[in-house]
Design a protein around this ligand. Structure first.
Ligand code: G1P
Ligand code: ZN
Length: 542
């Protein structure tokens, strides 16, 4: 039996950079989850009898939402739901399951790297049949639907036992509870030279992988320890917890500081890595060297041919606009296409589907390839391990040689979190007004070459996305970029991206913030950050 339940709209269900993210108590309001899920179903057509993949990162409210989503999928006419055991699926694993099973789409429950718990963050994201996040025209349609929704459909069926692998029934629909890890681990094994990596581990190579009590724990144990033979305990904080042990599952130098300190210490292992709440981000730290995500993209692209899946070469590379231009130099050398997209993985989907690019990356610790349609934390770790094994060199040596060959893009992001929304909007408005007057002026000794508000024309579907961040380019290739976060749940977050290109290897050993100091000062002078936000320093520097 299905029920049609009357409801009233909420006015704040606009998906951001990566789905709908709110505090748990917001999602717990009456019909809040139901309204959003029904709006998803109402905004897409043709799913009758089709398959829907459902899973999440295990955070607080994951299981409850999964039960609701299953019953609603049943009442709306889906034929089958595939759900990860315990409700667990990393974001890249969900993407893979959608593709492998030719599902109609998927519902991914996560707030990524944001904290979890009864008062913390939760999120619902809809992925389409290619396995990737729904494009803007669908997320906009979902939002429009949430504004007028007046009823939803739900099956009056009992909860599914999510902990038992097997096939169940919800109303007229089949529910398959599947192993969360196996298919994904098989995919990784098909891409990389597991024999070479296994030989490296058995030769004494040591690594630490910090799962941050988030979703990648079981994946890392299976792949790194069981399949690749890394020593027991290589995966740390490997049990997913609903509140991530009270930490931010954000693999950066602030929230993974223990790992960073270990990797900079005398007895550091050879390789350190971490992933975020839902397993799509990565942090790569070699012994004595943190590899920025922008550099990691460039270095992975330059060496990808060493892994079996990419031995024929890359079709092209894509990066988000704020990501450094390090990968551009690799694309140029390889003679392949380079695409600059707005922030957010959803913009890579068309390029990957059209076969224009093989590897994509974002400065926010996201890297991935055409194997799925999400960024993929463990994939990046395994590609690094494959490259280290194939070259027989340390991360620090690989990075040093890369910079010597291509030059170094010093890069950092300064975040001002929890800024008053009006203040942040005023800062961006003032900046936009200033844009036409900036070129030709000199700020803190740096001459502005050009300044604009980034707009993207998708070469595949011809759509345009405007207002994607303010770019100020200086003569010599340095730049600062300003944009407001689309994933935060409290106030506004101002992100300032700072980059300087240094071709001279004799100047490749400068501390990053020092190498960027004139640009940091120029960014404040141009945007009056202190004046608008009242903040003397950023809350997070990555
Ligand atoms: C942030 C990152 C962006 C990433 C997104 C989802 O979005 O900057 O690169 O795709 O999280 O992981 P933002 O908060 O900046 O809108
Ligand atoms: Zn994430």
């Amino acid at each position: 039996m299905n029920s049609i339940v009357k409801t009233v709209p909420y006015d704040d269900q606009k998906p951001g950079t990566s789905g709908l993210r709110k505090k748990v108590p917001v999602f717990q309001q009456e019909n809040y989850v139901e309204n959003f899920i029904q709006s998803i179903f109402d905004s897409v057509a043709g799913y009758r009898g089709e398959t829907l993949v459902i899973g999440g990162d295990g955070r607080y409210f994951n299981r409850e939402t999964i039960q609701t989503a299953i019953k609603m999928a049943a009442a709306n006419g889906f034929g089958r739901v595939i759900v990860g055991q315990g409700g667990i699926l990393s974001t890249p694993a969900a993407s893979h399951l959608i593709r492998k099973n030719e599902a109609f789409g998927g519902i991914v429950l996560s707030a990524s790297h944001n904290p979890g718990g009864p008062e913390e963050d939760f999120g619902i994201k809809y992925n389409v049949g290619n396995g990737g996040p729904a494009p803007e025209k669908i997320t906009e349609a979902i939002y429009q639907r949430t504004l007028v929704i007046d009823r939803y459909a739900i099956a009056d069926s009992p909860d599914i036992d999510l902990d038992t692998i097997g096939t169940f029934q919800a109303g007229d629909m089949t529910v398959e509870v599947v192993d969360s890890v196996a298919d994904y681990a098989d995919l990784m094994e098909s891409l990389f030279d597991f024999d070479a990596i296994r030989a490296m581990f058995s030769g004494g190579f040591r690594m630490v992988f910090d799962a941050m009590h988030a979703v990648t724990g079981p994946y890392a144990v299976e792949i790194l320890e069981k399949r690749l033979g890394a020593e027991h305990g290589t995966a740390r904080n490997a049990v997913p917890l609903p509140d991530f042990g009270g930490h931010h599952p954000d693999p950066n130098l602030v929230h993974a500081k223990d790992l960073y300190d270990l990797m900079m210490s005398q007895n550091a292992p050879d390789f350190g890595a971490a992933s975020d709440g839902d397993g799509d981000r990565n942090l790569i730290i070699g012994k004595g060297i943190f590899v920025t995500p922008s550099d990691s993209l460039a270095m992975l692209a330059a060496n990808a041919h060493l892994a079996p899946a990419y031995k024929a070469g890359l079709k092209g590379i894509a990066r988000s606009m704020p990501t450094s231009a390090a990968a551009d130099r690799v694309a140029e050398k390889l003679g392949i296409g380079m695409y600059e997209t707005p922030t957010g993985w959803k913009f890579f989907g068309n390029l990957l589907d059209a076969g224009l690019v093989t590897i994509c990356g974002e400065e926010s610790a996201g890297t991935g390839s055409d194997h799925v349609r999400e960024k993929d934390g463990l994939w990046a770790v395994l590609l690094w391990l494959n490259i280290v094994a194939a070259r027989g060199e340390s991360v620090i040596d690989i990075a040093g040689k890369h910079w010597a060959e291509y030059g170094r893009n010093y890069y950092s992001r300064h975040d001002y979190e929890g800024v008053d929304t009006d203040d942040a909007n005023a800062l961006m408005a003032a900046l936009k007004e200033k844009l036409p007057k900036l070129p030709g002026t000199t700020v803190k000794g740096l001459k502005v070459a050009s300044a604009d508000d980034f707009s993207y024309l998708d070469p595949v579907d011809g759509s345009t996305s405007s207002n994607q961040g303010i770019r100020v380019l200086f003569e010599g290739g340095s730049r600062v970029v300003f944009r407001l976060s689309g994933t935060g749940t409290t106030g506004a977050t101002l992100r300032v991206y700072i980059e300087r290109y240094e071709p001279d290897p004799a100047r490749h050993d400068v501390e990053t913030q020092e190498a960027l100091s004139d640009l940091i000062a120029a960014a404040d002078a141009i945007a009056s950050i202190r004046k608008h936000t009242g903040r003397p320093t950023p809350s997070v520097i990555t």
